[in-house]
Every structure is written in structure tokens, then in C-alpha cells.
Write a protein that binds this ligand. Structure first.
Ligand code: SF4
Length: 430
């Protein structure tokens, strides 16, 4: 049965045979319009095609799509400028040497960026004055420009809308709690996963972010904290969650390199604990297996949102390729390989996925596993029919999961008043 409000136009999602990750998307031009126009019962199944497509981040024919609900526009693909954070230390040394500077300047430059959070030549007094500009222009180009910053919770939640060098929009959020500071970062500009309840998913994928574009979001938050601009006094970023715009594992190489930059010690990286980094996924099974083989200590968060394939096929369209059982098996293999507890993300949507029997089904799937469930009261997107569950349904969902012995937390809904859900700020800017 198709839930009457889960109606949108069919689309194709192409998967790469080598990586298993979706390739650059072909957003249905009329999807949003179709969702408005189509009535109950008119939904068609999403068709999935295994195709030889370029790896994510390798746009075909030198072009990327600019998604839009009305028609598709193309523009030439362009790579973000090279940045020190894109490179491991040996390549930074080679790049510095290529500028006619002694290789140890790579370490000095890296300390400024990863340890002092600056890319400003005039703040680098340990570098010879006549080489500062050349080094910073070549290796620390400005990648992100803040378009808007919205603040709430007394200044301890700050959401920034950035534009990249080519005009793509991405969001990051800084959330300061009494015991930690979490940065929620985007891994892609937009997202090709097409989850119908998500503002980012409605707009489609613009492009993958580079490693340095991801890292720069965290460095920007770290700079604010170090400068004492976030209430609570000077501090540091303690946690990073890849839960902003995009499907992180669809931009695997850049995300993995970003995890290394964030967690390697200064000057190689920022020195954040791997255990304080969370990578989320909608369930790209081959990429989960690949991540498990990296033997990192990062937490894997699986955005499940439904325990049964019938509903998940519609809420998370990639489920038509990898079913709930396959996704959970991959998650348990990840837990076995890393010893890390799996985080199951479940957006509670009123009368869609919040029924008591679904809580019981979810509980039976997770019982006895190294797992924790994060229930997320849905932050509705403007004009959407989707809304958060009633409090009594939420309480019953929690009770039933706990009755199965499954640890569960209802997530803090910070940022609602500043378009806190992923993609809402970018959507309103568009
Ligand atoms: S919920 Fe996550 S994976 Fe789904 S469309 Fe939104 S950003 Fe993409």
C-alpha cells in the first residue's frame, strides 16, 4: 500500500557498479509539481537502474546538473581551487616546494589553518613577509563565503548559509551545549537521495563538496569559538556530525579525507577525536562495508526512518536498491569491525511512521544489538504536509522501543526557529 500522502513522480537513480553509490542524479524536472498535482493512487514506483556511470564527484562530459523543479540547466563543471586541506602533508610539502619555498613551510601553514584557524597572511608572523601572500593565495584560497547567519538559543545555535566559489549553496550549524560543541556539516551541495520529507532532497544534487570545502565549515566554527564569539567563552569544536546537506557516503573519497583532516593531530589536521565524529548514511551498503574496512573509530548513523520495506521504499527511495535487512546487516558488520555503537536515526512523522506496531517492529529488529536510536521530531519544511508526531505517539514509540531493551533518545530540536532542518535555509535562499 502506498501511503496517500507519499506521492511523487517516478525518477531514475543510477548506481555506480564499482562503488555502489548513486551517480550524479537526474532530478525529475516535474517532481515537485507532480507531487502537488498527483492524487492518491497515482504514484508510480521509482525505477532503479544499475548503470556504468561516473563515480560520484566525476561528472559526465564535463558537466554537472543544476537541479530545479522546472527544467534542467547545465553549466560547465568546475573544481574548487586547490586548498591545503585537500592534501596530505607530503603533498602539501611538495606544493610548497613548487612555490620555491622550503618544505617545512607546509607545516607552519598547516598550524595556522588547523591549529589557529586562520588563513590570513597578516596573522602569520612566523612566515617571511615576502612569501606569505604567495603561500596563502596558492594554498589557502577562500572556499566558502557566508551569505547569511541565523542565531538562536541565546547565540549558542548558529546556522550559516555559505556559497562556494561557483555559487553552490551549503549549510552548516554550530550547536553549543554545556559539555560539548557540535558542528553539523554538509558533504554535498544539495542531495540526490530524494527523501520526500527533506528540503535538501527536494532540490536535488548540485555537486559534491571537496574535502577542503567540508573541513572549512568546521574551521569556521572553530574560529568563532576560539575568538569567543559564541556565548559561553572561548572553546573548541569537540564533535562533528556529517548530517547536513547531502549523503556523505555518496561523496566517499572527499568525506573520508575530511574525516582524516578533522581527526589527524595538528599540524596534519585539527586533532578532533575520531570517536567524536559521526558519519550518517541512508544505507549505501557497499560504501558502509568500505568504511568498515577503513577501521576508523567514527560512529555510523543510519537514517532508517521506517522498519519495513514497504514504507521505507517511499520515505527513503534508495531502499529500493538496498532493503532494510541489507542495510542493518551492513551496520552490524560495521559495529563488529569497529566496536562502535550504531546510531539509528528515525524522523518521527505524524501518522506516517509513528505507529505502535512500527515501534515494535523496529524494536524487534534492533533488540540485542550494539545500537542506539535517535528519534527526531520532524521539523516540517514550509508548505509540506509532513509534520511531527503527536506527543502521545512519540511517548508510546519510545516506551515500546525501551520495552525491547533498545536505548533511545528523542533528539533535541534545536534551531527550529532558524530553519534548522537540513536544507531549509538554502531552500528559502533559492
Ligand atoms: S534526508 Fe538526507 S539523504 Fe535524504 S534527501 Fe535529505 S539530505 Fe539527502
Amino acid at each position: 500500500m502506498v501511503h496517500p500522502i507519499l506521492v511523487w513522480q517516478p525518477q531514475k537513480i543510477f548506481y555506480n557498479e564499482r562503488s555502489g553509490v548513486p551517480a550524479q542524479p537526474s532530478p525529475s524536472p516535474d517532481r515537485a509539481a507532480g507531487a502537488q498535482a498527483a492524487g492518491p493512487g497515482s504514484a508510480s514506483p521509482v525505477s532503479l537502474t544499475l548503470a556504468s556511470a561516473p563515480l560520484a564527484g566525476e561528472p559526465a562530459a564535463g558537466e554537472i546538473l543544476i537541479p530545479g523543479v522546472k527544467g534542467r540547466t547545465r553549466r560547465p563543471a568546475a573544481k574548487p581551487p586547490r586548498h591545503l586541506a585537500d592534501l596530505p602533508m607530503d603533498e602539501r610539502r611538495a606544493a610548497v616546494a613548487g612555490l620555491g619555498q622550503p618544505p617545512f613551510r607546509a607545516s607552519q601553514l598547516s598550524r595556522h589553518f588547523f591549529g589557529r584557524y586562520t588563513d590570513q597572511a597578516d596573522e602569520m608572523s612566523d612566515l617571511p613577509r615576502d612569501s606569505r601572500d604567495a603561500l596563502t593565495e596558492s594554498l589557502l584560497p577562500q572556499l566558502l563565503t557566508a551569505d547569511r547567519e541565523l542565531v538562536c538559543d541565546g547565540g549558542t545555535t548558529r546556522k550559516t548559509l555559505w556559497h562556494t566559489f561557483d555559487g553552490a549553496l551549503v549549510e552548516s550549524v554550530l550547536m553549543r551545549y554545556p559539555d560539548r560543541v557540535t558542528m553539523c556539516v554538509s558533504s554535498q551541495a544539495g542531495c540526490g537521495m530524494a527523501c520526500p520529507f527533506c528540503a535538501t532532497g527536494q532540490a536535488g544534487l548540485t555537486r559534491n563538496l571537496s574535502t577542503a570545502e567540508i573541513v572549512a565549515q568546521v574551521v569556521a566554527g572553530a574560529r568563532l569559538l576560539a575568538d569567543g564569539e559564541v556565548p559561553g567563552g572561548p572553546g573548541r569544536v569537540s564533535n562533528v556530525v556529517f548530517m547536513g546537506m547531502g549523503e556523505p557516503l555518496a561523496n566517499y573519497a572527499a568525506v573520508l579525507a575530511a574525516v582524516r583532516r578533522l581527526t589527524d593531530p595538528v599540524p596534519e589536521g585539527m586533532g578532533i577525536s575520531q570517536r567524536s565524529v559521526t558519519v550518517s548514511t541512508v544505507g549505501l551498503v557497499p560504501a558502509i562495508a568500505r568504511l568498515a574496512a577503513e577501521r576508523l573509530s567514527v560512529t555510523l548513523a543510519v537514517s532508517l526512518h521506517a522498519p519495513d520495506d514497504e514504507l521505507r521504499d517511499t520515505l527513503v527511495p534508495v531502499n529500493r536498491r538496498w532493503k532494510v535487512s541489507e542495510v542493518l546487516d551492513a551496520a552490524w558488520a560495521y559495529a563488529d569491525a569497529t566496536g562502535r555503537r550504531i546510531s539509528i536515526e528515525y524522523a518521527l512523522i505524524r501518522d506516517v511512521n509513528d505507529q505502535a506496531w512500527r515501534a515494535d517492529l523496529l524494536g524487534s529488529l534492533l533488540a540485542g544489538r550494539l545500537v542506539h536510536v535517535n528519534l527526531i521530531p520532524l521539523n516540517p519544511t514550509p508548505g509540506s504536509k509532513w509534520t511531527a508526531s503527536r506527543p502521545e505517539a512519540q511517548r508510546e514509540f519510545v516506551r515500546r522501543l525501551e520495552a525491547h531493551g533498545v536505548p533511545v533518545t528523542v533528539r533535541d530540536t534545536r534551531g527550529r526557529e532558524i530553519d534548522g532542518a537540513c536544507g531549509q535555509l538554502a531552500a528559502s535562499a533559492r
